[in-house]
Design a protein around this ligand. Sequence first.
Ligand SMILES: NC(=O)c1ccc[n+]([C@@H]2O[C@H](COP(=O)([O-])OP(=O)(O)OC[C@H]3O[C@@H](n4cnc5c(N)ncnc54)[C@H](OP(=O)(O)O)[C@@H]3O)[C@@H](O)[C@H]2O)c1
Length: 414
Amino acid sequence: MTASRPPASSDPRRPVSPAGGPAASPDADPPVSPGARPRPDAEDAAASPEDRTWLERARRLGRAGWGQVQPNPMVGCVLVKDGRVVGEGHHARYGGPHAEVLALETAGEAARGATAYVSLEPCAHHGKTPPCTRALLQAGVRRVVYGAADPGAESGGGGAALAAAGVDVVGPVWSEEEARAENPEFFHRLRHGTPWVALKLAMTLDARISAGPGLRTRITGPEAEREVHRLRSGFGAVVVGSGTARADDPRLTVREAPPGRVPPRRMVLDPEALLAPDAALLREGGAHAGPVDVFVAPDADGARVRRLRDAGAQVHPVPRSPEGLELGVVLETCSALGVGSLLCEGGQALAASFLRERRAHRLYLFVAPRTLGGEGLPAFTTDAGALDWRAARPAAPPELFGPDALLVYDLDGD
Ligand SMILES: NC(=O)c1ccc[n+]([C@@H]2O[C@H](COP(=O)([O-])OP(=O)(O)OC[C@H]3O[C@@H](n4cnc5c(N)ncnc54)[C@H](OP(=O)(O)O)[C@@H]3O)[C@@H](O)[C@H]2O)c1
């Protein structure tokens, strides 16, 4: 390994890949030391443009694990020999084989002398599966190029182990921002131990999220809707404010995309416990509907709280804040419930609170080519404490879903 950083990946404002963040549980694999930080981009990288192209393919393969591998990271691997792909694979199932092992299986003998492109540094430890470093060595892989360093206290260090065994190792090729953007929940958990939060809003060109306060308004089309359901499948929980629960009566389930490994919990911040016991959230059951959590104020009406519990909700009393409920305590409760990532789906007041308190780490903004005019409810408030937009950097290239555009931004301080 050489000692300089690849200039092309060190620009934090450079758009990086779309990604998302999956949901956590306490028995994460690989084990990590609390508070561990991603290793700096120390070892480099004489990564050629061709290396980066193959690594990009590995990254895209890894994304197929969205919703299925949490709380593990999404990882893809491509084995290349003489300019030709001889094997590839991705981590497809929590507890299942790692990407490298699947790629080696598909390559068979052809892996001997090949280059392995892996989006995450190969693991060096025996977790739920044996170390990938051992599998790569046994298969006779000559060179390994990896995108992100594995900061895991036990799983990390695979690059150095391979180099010590005589393999030509190049990595980490990606900047920290790029690595985090690909597996945000994974890296956030290692750094902070708290849920990673994304905020999703559907808005018009004039930045309105509904025709007016309390009005249910369809903003985006079915393609965007399907993408929202796909995103949900990779989160540990989906949350809305009581205003949205009342206006939209949402189910917050994954219906228009393949279900994830664990259905996301469905949460409402409802200080006065006003959610109707026959709300769609509470009526919707079955294997693909996650549990319902209602956060209420400690002094919420006892009879209403009992009705919600009788209707199947788990009710969590949380201290009041000037805007409603203390988001910090809500997030602590999420952690205690094993939720590693939270998708906030509005509405305006709750979104503003997450942004004002700097508790949102990513924005998914679906923009529809229409306007709603001055009567419409603005997506963003402009009060003094509102978000500093200079802190937002593109986390993915803009993408079209039917007529609607998706913009993804990561916010500083992940
Ligand atoms: N286009 C979109 O992406 C989208 C998404 C969602 C909603 N919407 C629209 O947005 C509108 C609803 O938005 P909204 O602003 O009226 O309601 P909201 O943000 O959904 O809910 C706000 C309420 O949540 C409760 N809350 C608890 N803790 C809070 C906190 N820390 N910060 C803020 N609120 C907290 C409060 O309930 P109490 O009042 O009981 O104290 C507060 O009034 C509807 O028209 C809906 O259709 C659009």
